[in-house]
Design a protein around this ligand. Structure first.
Ligand SMILES: *[C@@H]1O[C@H](CO)[C@@H](O)[C@H](O)[C@H]1NC(C)=O
Ligand SMILES: *[C@@H]1O[C@H](CO)[C@@H](O)[C@H](O)[C@H]1NC(C)=O
Ligand SMILES: *[C@@H]1O[C@H](CO)[C@@H](O)[C@H](O)[C@H]1NC(C)=O
Ligand SMILES: *[C@@H]1O[C@H](CO)[C@@H](O)[C@H](O)[C@H]1NC(C)=O
Ligand SMILES: *[C@@H]1O[C@H](CO)[C@@H](O)[C@H](O)[C@H]1NC(C)=O
Ligand SMILES: *[C@@H]1O[C@H](CO)[C@@H](O)[C@H](O)[C@H]1NC(C)=O
Ligand SMILES: *[C@@H]1O[C@H](CO)[C@@H](O)[C@H](O)[C@H]1NC(C)=O
Ligand SMILES: *[C@@H]1O[C@H](CO)[C@@H](O)[C@H](O)[C@H]1NC(C)=O
Ligand SMILES: *[C@@H]1O[C@H](CO)[C@@H](O)[C@H](O)[C@H]1NC(C)=O
Ligand SMILES: *[C@@H]1O[C@H](CO)[C@@H](O)[C@H](O)[C@H]1NC(C)=O
Length: 473
């Protein structure tokens, strides 16, 4: 129970910290390290550009323009070896069914352009399940194809002057809620096996299911986007990097019904045999709320493994969970080398939650002895007000989650202090945590390198608190 005295002293200046965080754009601890985001270079303009109107599209919100999108993209294929091309969508409401992108393409929306997803499920064709899931996520068998889809591509950009892609998902949510779906709901945007994906300066609304799903991708850069869906819409995750590597997500506002950003890598025996991990995932400056999910989450599908996840400057408000890791016996795989820092939580029910018994299996053929390995999880510099429960850290019997490291965590918890952390089958370290963290997490030793930190980042140091430095500014 170390650090209690220091923590109480620190509480007095709690609001000074929030004030400092709120008034300076880039606080001093926001290092210039950003290990993937900094290296990204935006694509030069495409030498060729066409407008969707040249292919007969009508922006009246009523005419179905699926053929126009497909024809335009088919035409632009001939420029893919000439520096690529841009498909421009001007102001208007462009109703469409699902269409597929090509390599070296920029889909660019004008300021008042709105792409509307058709409300007829037949305009969202059926496609194969993902090999790493073995079936649709919601129902066995095939699934609906996303509104904007792509497969085996390189160098794809989806951007705009804050134009909007609106999935009009209400019909899908209703079918989910009344159990009348025949196939798993579609994502709004899904790119598979794609290298070099940029999504920026654009708004996504009302996805039928997860909003943006890069799966089996490499080099994904998502910046300055807004994602909106009603808070009670089912499973409308924001961004789900899935079996993908070298992903940077930054400067986004996300408000949806489920997890805002959630990293995945396949499901039970299918994910284990497909064995495609997610790694090198960088997340910076995210603001948002999730009524039923978490701000930053990993899992519950993580059977291919998840590693090298780095999130910082995260502000979550009015949400169920702040930071969450979800897994279960049967998943196999691992989650390791995760570093989450500089988090502000406002009115969040559970600040930090690690769940080892999430359940949800694709079928009865999963191996209950395939236990997930969770270790090297560092969470530091977290400030919360209006917190229900500080943390539930629940490992698996015979498979303790290890090297869980918490430091500089200051939470104004509304529940009774003795129930504010509940830990089972976890091992690790903590310091400067208020309310005091649970017994299994020992004081961080003098050689604080026991706690995971990415290259260029300092390991938590119990004798030099970020909090104290900020408060004395
Ligand atoms: C926690 O929040 C309550 C209600 O806003 C406030 O009265 C109290 O001073 C806060 N406690 C600390 C330690 O900041
Ligand atoms: C994508 O590439 C894989 C492997 O290279 C191939 O098997 C598959 O048919 C391709 N899919 C499409 C739609 O081109
Ligand atoms: C973010 O996108 C908006 C349009 O959506 C644009 O006006 C703004 O300049 C962009 N900011 C950055 C930092 O890219
Ligand atoms: C973009 O549009 C969304 C939704 O209309 C809005 O909430 C957001 O503030 C806009 N962003 C910018 C940078 O204008
Ligand atoms: C379920 O909801 C869909 C979409 O609103 C509707 O078309 C369908 O009739 C409903 N089915 C039942 C059985 O209520
Ligand atoms: C997003 O907008 C900003 C500001 O206008 C611009 O600098 C940046 O290049 C845009 N991103 C893309 C991919 O067009
Ligand atoms: C992750 O990033 C490191 C450092 O930049 C790099 O060496 C490694 O190859 C990357 N991993 C993958 C799977 O791309
Ligand atoms: C901690 O969690 C366990 C298992 O979920 C539960 O039985 C117990 O009541 C909890 N303890 C407290 C103090 O909340
Ligand atoms: C866990 O983190 C420690 C401290 O950064 C590091 O030395 C070790 O290699 C990590 N373990 C794995 C399996 O990467
Ligand atoms: C921790 O911080 C103290 C005070 O700033 C410093 O003297 C010490 O060298 C630091 N320890 C490590 C391991 O960085």
């Amino acid at each position: 129970m170390g650090g209690r005295g220091i923590c109480h002293m620190r509480s007095a200046s709690f609001f000074v910290v929030l004030l400092v965080l709120a008034t300076i754009g880039k606080p001093p601890w926001a290092g210039a390290h950003g290990f993937l985001c900094e290296n990204f270079k935006s694509r030069a303009d495409r030498p060729h550009s066409v407008s969707i109107t040249e292919f007969g599209a009508v922006g009246d919100g009523v005419t179905l323009n699926t053929k126009a999108f497909q024809n335009a993209i088919f035409y632009l294929n001939s420029f893919s070896d000439k520096g690529g091309a841009q498909l421009f969508v001007p102001a208007g409401k462009w109703l469409t069914g699902s269409f597929s992108l090509i390599s070296h393409l920029t889909l660019s929306l004008d300021k008042n352009a709105i792409i509307l997803g058709s409300m007829d499920p037949y305009d969202w064709p059926i496609t194969d399940p993902l090999p790493s899931y073995g079936r649709g996520r919601e129902l066995p068998g095939e699934r609906h194809q996303s509104l904007i889809f792509g497969h085996n591509l390189t160098d794809v950009v989806i951007t705009g002057d804050n134009g909007t892609i609106d999935g009009q998902g209400s019909i899908w949510w209703a079918m989910f809620n009344n159990n009348s779906l025949y196939h798993t709901r579609p994502h709004l945007v899904e790119l598979m096996h794609t290298t070099g994906l940029v999504i920026s300066n654009i708004t996504f609304k009302n996805s039928p299911f997860w909003t943006i799903h890069p799966v089996y991708c490499n080099q994904v850069f998502i910046q300055n986007i807004t994602i909106l869906a009603p808070l009670d819409s089912p499973n409308t995750d924001g961004i789900d990097p899935d079996s993908s590597t070298n992903v940077c997500i930054k400067d986004c506002y996300i408000s949806t019904g489920d997890d805002l950003i959630v990293i995945k890598s396949g499901w039970d025996e299918y994910g284990i045999s497909f064995a495609r991990p997610s790694s090198n995932i960088s997340i910076e400056r995210i603001l948002g709320r999730s009524k039923n999910g978490a701000g930053i989450a990993i899992g519950s599908e993580m059977s291919g493994g998840v590693s090298e996840v780095h999130a910082e400057e995260i502000h979550i408000f009015n949400s169920r969970h702040g930071i969450r890791i979800k897994t279960s016996p049967g998943r196999g795989g691992y989650v390791r080398n995760v570093y989450i820092s500089n988090v502000i939580l406002t009115d969040v029910e559970y600040a930090i939650r690690i769940t080892g018994q999430f359940g949800e299996h694709p079928d009865d053929n999963y191996d209950p002895d395939a236990l997930p390995h969770i270790n090297n999880i560092t969470i530091r510099d977290v400030y919360g007000i209006g917190i229900g429960v500080a943390g539930i850290l629940e490992g698996i019997q015979g498979d303790s989650f290890s090297q869980i490291c918490l430091s500089d965590i200051l939470l104004n918890v509304t529940a009774a202090e003795d129930s504010s952390w509940n830990c089972s089958y976890v091992e690790g370290y903590s310091c400067l945590v208020s309310p005091s963290s649970c017994q299994p997490l020992q004081q961080i030793p003098r050689d604080s390198s026991v706690c995971y930190a990415p290259a260029d980042y300092l390991a938590p140091n119990c004798s030099s608190s970020t909090y104290v430095e900020l408060a004395s500014l």
